[in-house]
Design a binder for this molecule. Structure first.
Ligand SMILES: C[S@@+](CC[C@H](N)C(=O)[O-])C[C@H]1O[C@@H](n2cnc3c(N)ncnc32)[C@H](O)[C@@H]1O
Length: 227
């Protein structure tokens, strides 16, 4: 009774005119609730009735979106993430998804309001997202909340992320493809941290850099690994 995971199997169906159509491999989640419905305001009657195909962990199956956000709010981590968006950076969706996975308190988009949501895979529905039209507005917000801005970029003068003691409460700021962190942002960051690279490319993708930096925070403050 209740939640029954029914992910589609990986079985390969050989193509043939007599074969049934191949299974829909995009279908994830659970079907309609079987048996008497569970009690609790956090359950969404529509999802219980029709099934829950959302990109959420099993703990949140059949929960209303507002209930999921409220539950996350009780245990979000005290780091924030900011990304510059002067040219519609395509990485923002992936940064939002990773921020959701690591329970960042909020994501701040600096510059243009519009951003490409595709890479977010709908995770933005469960994440607090603030928009700042310019750097001054991000700085004012960070000062009001007593949070240091920590730039992440491999610029001359950057110090290694791998050996830097990341503060528990902070805003990790990322630049965009091409220009990287703007001069304006660099000037207001207490430090700029680089991720060590060993190949021929000048940089990694901003979404990948954001994942590495957020996970460095998780290692330091959730797993208490010293640098
Ligand atoms: C593709 S990079 C562009 C700028 C880069 N400084 C360059 O010289 O090519 C875009 C963003 O990804 C992040 N990034 C990429 N590689 C990084 C690295 N090795 N260390 C730290 N941040 C990095 C930074 O936030 C940077 O602003």
């Amino acid at each position: 009774m209740g939640p029954k995971l029914n992910r589609v199997s990986e079985q390969v169906v050989p193509p043939s005119s007599d074969s049934p159509p191949p299974p829909d491999r995009t279908e994830v989640g659970v079907g309609p609730w079987e048996g008497p419905w569970p009690e609790g305001d956090h359950y969404d009657p529509e999802l219980l009735k029709n099934g829950d195909r959302r990109n959420v962990v099993d703990r949140y199956r059949y929960w209303r979106r507002e209930a999921i956000v409220a539950d996350l709010d009780r245990r979000r981590h005290p780091f924030h993430v900011a990304i510059e968006n002067w040219e519609h950076d395509f990485n923002i969706g992936s940064v939002v998804r990773t921020a959701n996975a690591f329970a960042a308190r909020a994501v701040h988009i600096v510059g243009r309001r519009r951003w490409n949501r595709r890479g977010a895979m709908v995770t933005d529905r469960y994440q607090h997202i603030h928009h700042h039209p310019d750097t001054a507005s991000l700085v004012a917000w960070a000062e009001a909340h007593d949070l240091p801005l920590i730039g992440i970029d491999n610029l001359p003068g950057s110090v290694p992320l791998e050996t830097y003691p990341l503060p528990r409460e902070c805003v990790l700021v990322f630049g965009q493809e091409g220009p990287g962190l703007s001069e304006e942002v660099r000037k207001v960051c207490v430090s700029v941290l680089s991720i060590a690279q060993f190949g021929s490319t000048r940089s990694i993708n901003a979404g990948a850099a954001a994942a590495v930096a957020m996970h460095a925070w998780i290692r330091a403050h959730v797993f208490h690994q010293s640098v």
